[in-house]
Design a protein around this ligand. Structure first.
Ligand SMILES: [Ca+2]
Ligand SMILES: [Ca+2]
Length: 327
């Protein structure tokens, strides 16, 4: 039966697992560890015995048959007091036999900064990266009879705890242990399309009907030029386009609504056939000065003449008609 102490001890682990479980599938990335060099000068195991063969009587080194060195990596939550037997909650990885007592993955002379990929171990994860971690890097000797429980074949164990954010730069860790000196480097990277410090923001850059954006390091969408709005699906119309009477489906366009025209869609269309008229709204024919009629094609003089009564002939009184005739 579970007693109270046991429940209390297990509670943090249960909480951690619940947290990880709820965020499964919403985030993804991988912890990358790359071995740089191993120096086990004497070819010994952690318990002081030779990995294989006998100790030389001359220099007391186990160089008759070198260690068959391989690695196991355990990644788990940050532990104040690290236990090497508890579950690797964040993941685990291992290598083949990589070399003997001393080997290095540093690049050739022509490119000393390059590290051979042979010593690389990837531990993928599918939860929101919690930033703090414990990594246990253990070197082991392989024998043909090796089984997973052969604790006596341990060569060296490096325990490292810390904080790490996703990024390209590496952190180099030097472990100068009693038996071996191990140099390795680590980094954390989000999978493609996953962003933020926890690798839990999904953003897939696109440039199609469903959106026009790329992704910021935070995972936020950054609209491509000419697009805005939710998912960057709204085109930004030509500068100056009257958006009350025009719109666009592609950046820089200005397509006019029915009844409007011009490069900015700010000119109304006249009533068809309107000659000397203007408009404030589509299909108007508001006559210019001195013009009238439905199509503003009639001069005002003619209209006046048409509507006004005929002007009576002046009657001239007291003037000699002969005088008028002579004028
Ligand atoms: Ca050997
Ligand atoms: Ca061996």
């Amino acid at each position: 039966m579970w007693n109270r102490t046991r429940i209390r001890n297990c509670f943090p682990i249960v909480c951690l697992l619940l947290t990880l479980w709820t965020e499964v599938s919403q985030s993804t990335g991988y912890f990358e560890l790359q071995l740089i060099s191993v120096e086990n000068v004497n070819g010994e195991l952690a318990d002081g015995e030779c990995c294989d063969g006998y100790r030389s009587s001359v220099d007391l080194r186990c160089t008759q048959d070198e260690c068959d060195t391989y690695f196991k990596i355990c990644l788990k939550e940050y532990q104040m007091e690290v236990t090497t037997t508890s579950t690797c909650t964040f993941g685990a990885g291992s290598t083949q036999v990589l070399g003997g007592n001393m080997f290095s993955f540093k690049g050739a002379k022509n490119n000393p900064n390059k590290i051979d990929e042979g010593g690389k171990i990837l531990i993928p994860f599918q939860f929101a990266w919690p930033r703090t971690y414990t990594v246990i890097v253990a070197a082991w000797d392989w024998d043909n009879s090796t089984r997973n429980i052969d604790e006596e074949l341990l060569i060296e164990r490096s325990i490292h705890t810390g904080m790490i954010n996703p990024g390209d730069p590496w952190q180099t860790i030097l472990h100068d242990g009693p038996v071996a000196r191990i140099v390795y480097r680590i980094r954390l990277r989000c999978d493609e399309n996953y962003y933020s410090n926890k690798c839990n923001k999904l953003c897939v850059p696109r440039d199609d009907y469903f959106g026009h954006y790329r992704c910021e390091p935070s995972g936020a969408q950054l609209c491509l030029g000419g697009w805005m709005g939710s998912d960057c699906r709204t085109a930004i119309c030509k500068q100056g386009c009257d958006l009350l009477h025009g719109s666009c489906s592609a950046p820089g366009e200005c397509k006019c609504n029915y009844g409007w025209q011009g490069q900015f869609c700010d000119e109304c269309m006249l009533f068809p056939g309107c000659v000397h008229g203007t408009c404030n709204v589509p299909w108007q024919c508001k006559c210019e000065r001195n013009w009238g009629g439905l199509l503003c094609d009639k001069g005002m003089e003619k209209i006046k003449n048409y509507f006004l009564p005929p002007i009576p002939k002046p009657r001239i009184i007291g003037i000699d008609p002969l005088l008028l005739k002579s004028q």
